[in-house]
Design a protein around this ligand. Sequence first.
Ligand SMILES: *[C@@H]1O[C@H](CO)[C@@H](O)[C@H](O)[C@H]1NC(C)=O
Length: 307
Amino acid sequence: MLGTSIFALLASLPFTVYGAWIPQRRATVCNGQAALCSRSYGNVTVAGSHDSYAISGDPFALARNQEISITSQLNLGVRMLQAQAHLRNNVIHFCHTSERSFLLFDGGPVVDYLTEVKTWLDANPNEVVTFLFTNPEGLSISSVWAPAFASSGIDQLAYVPPHVPMKRTEWPTLGSMIDSGKRVVVFLDSGADGSVDYILPEFEMIWEPPFDSTDSTFPCSVDRTAGPLATGDHMYLLNHFLDVNLLGTGILISDPAAAPTTNGVNSILANTAGCQPLGGGLNPTFVLMDFVNLGNGIGAVNKLNGF
Ligand SMILES: *[C@@H]1O[C@H](CO)[C@@H](O)[C@H](O)[C@H]1NC(C)=O
């Protein structure tokens, strides 16, 4: 009793006076679960939001992929945010497809998006969030991408690995990432050239099965990856979003009507089972979904984490 109160007293004293004696703050709950604090980043399965910025509640907005805001996605339990960037009037925006297509969906400037996430992270200090951004125009890492991160302040939270690529088993625990304050992981699908230390080359560390599947059984194969690490030393991501061929035009759009089933526990576990033989018998680290608020993707991910 006495011991406890002395420690409580010490812990409440100003850092500048007793800082050297007081142990670092230790997170006891990580991404909502105590058991995840001691698990390596690569050994935790997280729910991801595909085209997370393409948000609309209007069923006639055919190019939408999500129905709820970024903040609501995070509140729901999403811990990977995926998005695609293009320049519009010289400003980097998250948006998809080409300028004049009716499938254009402009989610606004990247800096606004990152600022929203930064606000959420500040209010939720025990959470690790991963970005998976795509860079189809090959925009400059140092002069286009990095300034958006810096303006939002989120670069201060970005994790810099000791070396690249990192094997799946080499990642720190969620607890140590949270304790160090470096709890944002940033992957880019192409162009990550090492010029900015926290912008990491996705395929050197993550492999993916095909995306835009129109087959609800999600046949698994290693579709995109990169060396030098062996496939088994990569984490893997399920592209668990189902498209439909729009009126036979060959244009693929995401299908909200199927989402409750697609994002159900059974469908996600079946997709996992299909990929596991290629993933060393392990679960995926990331499960990317459209319409994250439909179905029970969070329930599936909890199951994959053993809860
Ligand atoms: C984490 O490790 C456990 C035990 O080895 C394994 O069953 C599970 O698939 C792993 N999950 C991930 C995402 O690596």
